[in-house]
Design a protein around this ligand. Sequence first.
Ligand code: FAD
Length: 386
Amino acid sequence: MQTALGYARTMPDVDAVVVGAGLAGLVTAQWLVAQGRTVRVLEARDRVGGRVLNGTTADGHVVELGGQWIGPNQDRISSLALDLGVATFPTYNEGQNIVSYQGKLRRYTGAIPKLPPHVLADIGSAQSRLDKMARTVPLDAPWAAPDAEEWDGETVETWIRRHMRTEGGRSMLRLAVTAVFAAEACDLSLLHFLFYVNSGGQLDRMMNVAGGAQERRFVGGAQLIPDRLAQRLADVLVTSAPVRAIEQDDTGVTVRADGHTVRGTYAVVCVPPTLAGRIEYTPLLPAQRDQLTQKLPMGSVMKVLAVFDEPFWRRDGLSGQATSDVGPSGSRSTTRRPKGARASFSASSRAGTPANLRRRPTPNGKSRSSSAWRGASGQRRRRPAK
Ligand SMILES: Cc1cc2nc3c(=O)[nH]c(=O)nc-3n(C[C@H](O)[C@H](O)[C@H](O)COP(=O)(O)OP(=O)(O)OC[C@H]3O[C@@H](n4cnc5c(N)ncnc54)[C@H](O)[C@@H]3O)c2cc1C
């Protein structure tokens, strides 16, 4: 049927139209189907998975361009992987790590970087204060925390400035915040940060490999999970169908996507708030929900992968995990494969664009990205193979 907006086809009525086929949309759809409901999933891209995406290197190995780690506190994704037959393996975590701090590379073993004692004391005290505060934030209603109003009235950055005593400690905590949230401390509500810390099981757990959120990875890459969910939902899943408008009336919703119009009893919008705000709603969304979609921006993160002929840094006793307080890259890590090891690192919004990585010189005139790579591999001058 041709609609007023020019859409080509009308689909059969369903109980629920799920918008977005990232992990949230696919899991929602699977759950609804298991409850005996009829579902249609509309995904904007020509693939499922959203922020979980595999890539393949020139030599045919799978690398992960989006989400990749899980840890002991992420029970739901663990059981989903088990259900889908996706195995996990431990993140390579042997040997010494490196911290680049105030221009010097320092090796250390375990989770605590080798920093001056007064800086470590500063970080330790901030961390235990933040963990303690986080425990008072209810996960089902963070706004009901005793100090919610005060904490939502400041950013993580203002808290860091008021409560931390050393510049080194401040910069390392900012780095940890950026690595976890893909957002700067100055862009995060303290209340949201504390809610997230409580949800993730305290700061250490969110940042660590052993016993933490980076502990395990998926054999075959994280995208196997959405791909296998999509196989189960093949009959109800439509890709390349960005939803443009949702109209609600007394009997249900009409969801209009490019090329498809679906009538459902309910719509479940499983896309990040900013993107949800770009859909046209009739009637308009309630004011508070509309405000939320305007005021909850996405973070910015860049992931750079390089493939080396061999994990040469392991011969030097290094794990390949490194943290740096300079440049756009915050943290990097290596995979576990014995041959053709590849290293990856995430960069914060300071990076902006790939071009910025090349353009922003370090004080010594070298490119920030190449400096960062040398740092991760213990200053050995080895070029990535690819
Ligand atoms: C580089 C990177 C690394 C990460 N690392 C980790 C990690 O190691 N561990 C971890 O737990 N998490 C990690 N994350 C976070 C994790 O990937 C996300 O939290 C998760 O994938 C979000 O899933 P989602 O379904 O909520 O959203 P998304 O994955 O964003 O899915 C939303 C889907 O909706 C679609 N969509 C958008 N608008 C429309 C529209 N109008 N109509 C139809 N479809 C639409 C999108 O195309 C997308 O497919 C990482 C994220 C990134 C970017």
